[in-house]
Ligand binder design. Structure first.
Ligand code: ZN
Length: 210
C-alpha cells in the first residue's frame, strides 16, 4: 500500500478504518435520512484501503458506485488519549443501489461499503499545519468540474470531537483512520472518470477509474 505519508507517519498502518455517516445535515437530507445529533458509525475493512493516486478499477457488476468526498483523519495517541495527527481527504465509495436494497431489507450495508478499493485515501498533512481544524474547506473535482465542496465547520459532530466520541467504545491506535462523513453533492462514478482532491489549497491527489 503506497501512501504519500509524512516522514513521521511512514510505516504506520491503520488497524481500523472507522467511518461516520450523516455528519452533514444537507447530505443526510439529500438521501432522505433523518438528521440526528450523533452521526452513525460503521467500518470498512483494510481490504478496502487504496490510495487516491494512479488508476483504480471501478466496480461494475453491482449497480451504481457513488463517490462521497470526506475529510479523513489519521490518529496518534499520547497519555491523554487519541489525537488527530494527520488530515487527508478520501473517497468513501458506495454501491448505492445495493446499499438501498440492504437498507430497505433492514440488513447491514457491509458489502456496499467495504468492497476492495472502497476506501480511497489521499496523503496526509500534519494537523499542526492546519490553522483551524474546525474550518477546513475541501473540494472534489470530477473531470475538472467542481462536484463537491465541503467545510468542516458544517459537521454535526465537530472534527476535533470525533476521536473522543469513538474512544468511548474502543482504544483508538496510532495509524487508525476515520472517514468523517460527506457533505451534499454525492454522485455516480463512471469508467474513465478522473477525480482530483483539494484541501485548503493543497492538492491532495488525483485518481482515474478504469
Ligand atoms: Zn461516507
Amino acid at each position: 500500500m503506497v501512501f504519500d505519508f509524512t516522514e513521521k507517519e511512514k510505516g504506520i498502518q491503520p488497524r481500523t478504518i472507522w467511518c461516520l455517516g450523516r455528519n452533514y445535515a444537507k447530505h443526510a437530507k439529500e438521501l432522505g435520512n433523518v438528521v440526528e445529533p450523533c452521526p452513525l458509525v460503521f467500518q470498512k475493512g483494510l481490504n478496502a484501503l487504496a490510495p487516491v493516486n494512479g488508476i483504480q478499477r471501478l466496480f461494475r457488476d453491482h449497480g451504481a458506485v457513488h463517490y462521497e468526498t470526506e475529510i479523513v483523519i489519521m490518529l496518534d495517541r499520547n497519555n491523554e488519549g487519541p489525537f488527530i495527527a494527520g488530515i487527508g481527504l478520501g473517497l468513501d465509495l458506495t454501491l448505492r443501489d445495493l446499499q438501498s436494497e440492504l437498507k430497505s431489507a433492514g440488513k447491514p450495508w457491509t458489502l456496499a461499503k467495504s468492497f476492495d478499493g472502497a476506501a480511497l485515501v489521499s496523503r496526509f498533512i500534519p494537523s499542526n499545519e492546519i490553522p483551524d481544524l474546525d474550518q477546513i474547506r475541501f473540494t472534489m473535482m470530477l473531470n475538472q468540474v467542481v462536484s463537491q465542496r465541503g467545510d468542516s465547520s458544517q459537521m454535526i459532530l465537530p472534527l476535533e470531537k470525533i476521536p473522543a466520541y469513538l474512544e468511548e467504545y474502543t482504544d483508538l491506535q496510532p495509524g487508525d483512520i476515520i472517514f468523517t462523513g460527506t457533505p451534499e453533492g454525492v454522485g455516480v462514478l463512471n469508467p474513465d472518470d478522473e477525480v482530483s482532491l483539494d484541501l485548503a489549497g493543497h492538492h491532495m491527489g488525483t485518481v482515474r477509474f478504469s
